[in-house]
Write a protein that binds this ligand. Sequence first.
Ligand code: ZN
Length: 236
Amino acid sequence: MSTIRNIVILTGAGVSAESGIDTFRAGSGGGPSLWEQHRVEDVATPEAFARDPELVLRFYDMRREAIQAKQPNPAHVALARLDAEWNGELLIVTQNVDDLHERAGARRVLHMHGEHLNAWCTWCDKRSRWTGALIDRPACPHCGERALRPDVVWFGEMPYRMDEIYAAIRKADLFVSIGTSGAVYPAAGFVRDARRCGAATLELNLERSQGSNWFDETRLGPAGRLVPEWVDEVLA
Ligand SMILES: [Zn+2]
């Protein structure tokens, strides 16, 4: 590990699962994907918001309230420690929309799928920190229009800040994927981009993923155990 200076870490649902945060899950046997008893198509697409905004806003209001009662787990804490102690470049790209990386103390975090605790004004395009409800259509603090929506990337929408992510991957000496399915693009392609640019690649996951074959090394187990072990290694 002595030649490693620039690290890019991709985190997914597996990192927050041990904090009790559920994401949508693929239906078994070809059935619909479900998220808290809702079909993904009914709550997490722009079409759903246009069709039934109350359902979507209520769903996200519940999620926003729920995550504020959750706590970071040892995986978040270990990554925050790495962020604090690592002298080289580091970027934690997360697919998670909770704020558990930040609450554990991590600072170099990029939310490619947005954040539950932000509201996005579709009128003025500004973001506001938002911990309350959106169901009553509150006014945007910036422009006063009642045009706030959850600042989360829905299915069919472009992930945020891809240029920054690719720039970091191009410079990376080590790419680490933690708790992701390896099934959802563009994130599923990051490991190949990292390899092409010469980075070593490591996967930490509960079980083998669709992308496992692309990694130099895969370690299997719960994130709450694997991540602290790996951070100890890197900082040793
Ligand atoms: Zn506004």
